[in-house]
Ligand binder design. Structure first.
Ligand SMILES: [Zn+2]
Length: 68
């Protein structure tokens, strides 16, 4: 994975489904508020095929969203 995450931060992430058997194949999705958790094992999962998408970009949100 070429994209790296720092732990415990929110990112805007774009991800692409590379599963040829999925109707989302080669479609790109944006996750506007993606939490990095520990900074590892950050995955975007396709809601249809259940496979991990390839994360293309991750932009640190600035400012970080207020979460209570
Ligand atoms: Zn899929």
């Amino acid at each position: 994975m070429s994209v790296t995450f720092q732990p415990a931060l929110y990112y805007e992430v774009t991800a692409r489904d590379n599963n040829q058997d999925c109707v989302n194949y080669e479609q790109t999705f944006t996750v506007p508020q993606f939490y990095s958790n520990a900074g590892t094992n950050c995955f975007v999962t396709c809601g249809l095929c259940g496979q991990h998408m390839e994360i293309l970009t991750a932009t640190l949100l600035d400012p970080q969203p207020e979460v209570s």
